[in-house]
Design a binder for this molecule. Structure first.
Ligand code: APR
Ligand code: PHB
Length: 389
C-alpha cells in the first residue's frame, strides 16, 4: 500500500488530521490498534475552545456539535463556602462549547466513513520505520499477515502509550514530567446537571467538579487518593462524597441516579521535545499530557493538528518545508502555556496533604486574590477559553 501521510491512531488528533488532509486532496490512511466501538467507549473531557470548534467545522464534522453542544459563557470556582463566577464572555468576549470528546470522535469517524476515507482498525504491532530517511513506512499485522504502508510522512497520533514516541526514545527525545499524588474518580449519569455552568470546587475533603454532557447527562468528579480502587466506590458513596464537597445550595439541588460509567484517572503533566523526527511527527497525547483541570487535552490536540496540517498542506501545495520545519517549535510554544495553566489550576483547586499548612495558606490567598482582582480573573478566563493559535 502507498499513501502520502500514514496516520497512527484514530483518536481526535488522527481523525482531525485525516479529515483536513483529505479535504486538501492529500491522501492518508489511519491505522489503529483497536476498533471503532472500543475507541468510542472511552469517556474523556468535553470542553471545546473556539479554535477546536472552528477546526471541526473545517473538517466538515461540526453540524451535530452546533445543534447539540451547549455554549457556556462562564464557570464557577467554589471555595471557603462560597463561589466566584469566572465570566468568560464578559472578560474575554469568548465562550466555550460543552460537547463530549466521545461525540467529537464519533462525528469525525462518521464523516470519514461517509467520504470513503481509509481506516484500518484492529491492527497489531503497528511500527513506524525509516522516518529519518526519505522513504518512511509503517508496518502492522492483521489477520495473520504483515502489511506495509509506504508514505511521505508519518503522523504519530497514537496517544500516550503508542509506538510513535517509543520509536524516537534515545534519538534526542527529552521528556518533562510531573505526577500528582491523587486521581479523579469520575461518574457519568443520566441526571440533569446541578447547574447550567461547570463548578470547580476546592474543599477540605478534596477537589470536586460538576460538569455535563447535555441537559440530561451529567459528569461529576471527586479527587481521590491514588490507592483508591473504583470497586470501593458505590454510586451512593460517590454522591454522598461529592455533595459534602459542594456549597450547601448546590449539594441540595443535586439530582442523583445510577452511574453509566465510573472510573479513576491519575493526573499527570508530561511534555516530549521535539515533536518532529525527520518524517515522523508527534501530535496530541503522543507528545504531551495535561491534568484534566481546565480541560486542555483535546484542545491541545487540535492546535497541534492546526500547525501540522498547515505545514503539510504548504509542503504539498507550495513545495514549502517552512511549516513542517517549524511545527515542533510552534506547537510546543502553545503546549507549554497550556501545561502551565493546567498545572496552576490543578495546584489551585486540589488538596495537597504533603504541602503542609504553608501550602494551604498560599492556596487560600490565591483564591482570595482571584475573587478581588479582575486582572486575575481575566488571566484565568483568557487561558480557559484558549490562547490564540
Ligand atoms: N497502534 C495503533 N494505534 C494505537 C496504538 C498502537 N500501538 N496505541 C494507541 N493507539 C491508538 C489508540 O487506540 C487511540 O485510538 O491511538 C489513538 C490515540 O487516541 P487518544 O489517546 O485519544 O489521543 P489523541 O487523539 O491525541 O487525543 C487527545 O484525547 O486522551 C485524550 O485527554 C486527551 O483529550 C485529549 C485527546
Ligand atoms: C468533563 O466534562 O469531563 C470535564 C470538564 C472540565 C474539565 C475536566 C473534565 O476541566
Amino acid at each position: 500500500m502507498r499513501t502520502q501521510v500514514a496516520i497512527i491512531g484514530s483518536g481526535p488528533s488522527g481523525l482531525l488530521l485525516g479529515q483536513l488532509l483529505s479535504h486538501a486532496g492529500i491522501d492518508n490512511i489511519i491505522v489503529d490498534r483497536v476498533d471503532r466501538e472500543y475507541i468510542l467507549g472511552r469517556i474523556r473531557a468535553g470542553v471545546l475552545e473556539a479554535g477546536m470548534v472552528g477546526m471541526l467545522d473545517e473538517a466538515g464534522a461540526g453540524k451535530r456539535m452546533h445543534e447539540e453542544g451547549l455554549v457556556h459563557d462562564g464557570f464557577s470556582l467554589a471555595f471557603a463556602g462560597g463561589h466566584q463566577r469566572i465570566d468568560l464572555q464578559g472578560l474575554t468576549g469568548k465562550s466555550v462549547m460543552v460537547y463530549g470528546q466521545t461525540e467529537v470522535t464519533r462525528d469525525l469517524m462518521d464523516k470519514r466513513a461517509h467520504e470513503g476515507g481509509v481506516t484500518i482498525y484492529n491492527a497489531a504491532n503497528v511500527t513506524p520505520h525509516d522516518f529519518e530517511g526519505d522513504a518512511p513506512y509503517v508496518t502492522y499485522e492483521k489477520d495473520g499477515t504483515t502489511h506495509r504502508i509506504d508514505c511521505d510522512f508519518i503522523a504519530g497520533c497514537d496517544g500516550y502509550h503508542g509506538p510513535s514516541r517509543a520509536a524516537v526514545e534515545g534519538r534526542g527525545l527529552k521528556t518533562y514530567e510531573k505526577v500528582y499524588p491523587f486521581g479523579w474518580l469520575g461518574l457519568l449519569a443520566d441526571v440533569p446537571p446541578v447547574h447550567h455552568e461547570l463548578i470547580y470546587a476546592n474543599h477540605e475533603r478534596g477537589f470536586a467538579l460538576c460538569s455535563q454532557r447535555s441537559n440530561t447527562r451529567s459528569r461529576y468528579y471527586v479527587q481521590v487518593p491514588l490507592s483508591d480502587k473504583v470497586e470501593q466506590w458505590s454510586d451512593e458513596a460517590f454522591w454522598d462524597e461529592i455533595r459534602r464537597r459542594l456549597p450547601h445550595p448546590v449539594a441540595e439541588a443535586m439530582t442523583t441516579g445510577p452511574s453509566l460509567e465510573k472510573s479513576i484517572a491519575p493526573l499527570r503533566s508530561f511534555v516530549a521535545e521535539p515533536l518532529r523526527f525527520g518524517r515522523l511527527f508527534l501530535a496530541g497525547d503522543a507528545g504531551h499530557i495535561v491534568p484534566p483541570t481546565g480541560a486542555k487535552g483535546l484542545n491541545l490536540a487540535a492546535s497541534d493538528i492546526r500547525y501540522l496540517f498547515d505545514g503539510l498542506r504548504d509542503y504539498y501545495s507550495d513545495h514549502s518545508s517552512a511549516g513542517i520545519d517549524g511545527y515542533s517549535a510552534r506547537a510546543l510554544a502553545r503546549i507549554w502555556k497550556a501545561e502551565r495553566f493546567s498545572w496552576s489550576m490543578t495546584m489551585l483547586m486540589h488538596r495537597f496533604p504533603d504541602e503542609g499548612d504553608f501550602g494551604q495558606k498560599v492556596q487560600e490567598a490565591e483564591l482570595d486574590f482571584l475573587s478581588s482582582s479582575t486582572a486575575a480573573q481575566t488571566a484565568m478566563a483568557e487561558n480557559y477559553v484558549g490562547l490564540p493559535y
